[in-house]
Design a protein around this ligand. Structure first.
Ligand code: IPE
Ligand code: IPE
Ligand code: MG
Length: 242
């Protein structure tokens, strides 16, 4: 069934929305709970937001779940996040087809447990047959890591005589990124009051509109997303033109 596309005035929703799911730890600490409690609620919020994005006709939703720098956290916190991802992917495997959601995992998966890697490959496989909103979950993802990985893959092709350095274009380079085939984000949202991008989609966000909000991710609702989209509609995207 096609998505019901809701237009605000005569403006369609952004085609691709990316979100840094930040603020889980502070949300929990404010309530005297362990940081991990915030990650659990954050996971539920993600489920709700994905359903809402599909309903309003967003084609691509990319969320930052775990960065290449997040391994610096305590073993307990890291293992809780990995456990939540495992549960998320397992549930996704059973529900993606019914919900009409494609799921991709972006990042360097080699550092993840074999079980998590297998689940990520399985969701990929299932998603191949699904046509609908595409959700990209960034796990062990870093924008710099992604660019280095792409440069190294292209250099390897050149060394093998399968590519020529002078043939490299922005478009070709994109095909080596984890996000190959995915259009650039139109709107990047960072909750939690931080005004930085923390290594998220560095290449892809060249002309994205940014929206910062103090709302912590576990408090994020469809209404906050609506506010971000309304702000996006007020922007004048020039892409270097006039
Ligand atoms: C985002 O929330 C989740 C991850 C980075 C994995 P945080 O855990 O960073 O929450 P704060 O920023 O400490 O509040
Ligand atoms: C960015 O949040 C990563 C994710 C939300 C997954 P961080 O909490 O890791 O970012 P910093 O440390 O505040 O820059
Ligand atoms: Mg944080």
């Amino acid at each position: 069934m096609p998505n019901e596309v809701i237009h605000a005035g005569d403006q369609a929703v952004p085609r691709h929305i990316a979100i840094v799911m930040d603020g889980n730890g502070r949300w929990a600490q404010k309530r005297g709970l362990p940081r991990t409690a915030g990650h659990k609620v954050g996971c539920e919020v993600l489920r709700t937001l994905i359903k809402y994005c599909k309903k309003i006709g967003v084609e691509y939703v990319t969320v930052y779940a775990f960065s290449t720098e997040n391994w610096k956290r305590s073993a307990d916190e890291v293992s809780t996040i990995m456990g939540l991802l495992k549960r998320y992917f397992k549930e996704a495997i059973d529900s993606l087809e019914d919900e009409g959601i494609r799921l991709r995992v972006l990042g360097d998966l080699r550092r993840l447990s074999p079980e998590l890697q297998a689940l990520a490959h399985k969701t990929d496989e299932i998603s191949d047959h699904i046509c609908g909103t595409q959700v990209n979950i960034c796990v062990n993802y870093g924008g710099r890591d992604e660019i280095v990985h792409a440069a190294s893959a292209f250099a390897a092709k050149c060394a093998a005589g399968e590519a020529k350095p002078e043939d490299l274009t922005e478009q070709l380079f994109h095909s080596y990124l984890y996000s190959a085939g995915i259009p650039d984000p139109d709107l990047v949202i960072r909750p939690s009051g931080e005004q930085r991008i923390s290594n998220f989609l560095l290449w892809q966000s060249a002309y994205a509109e940014y929206y910062f909000t103090d709302t912590l991710w576990p408090d994020f609702t469809p209404a906050v997303l609506d506010e971000a989209i309304a702000a996006y509609h007020g922007r004048n995207r020039r892409f270097g033109g006039v």
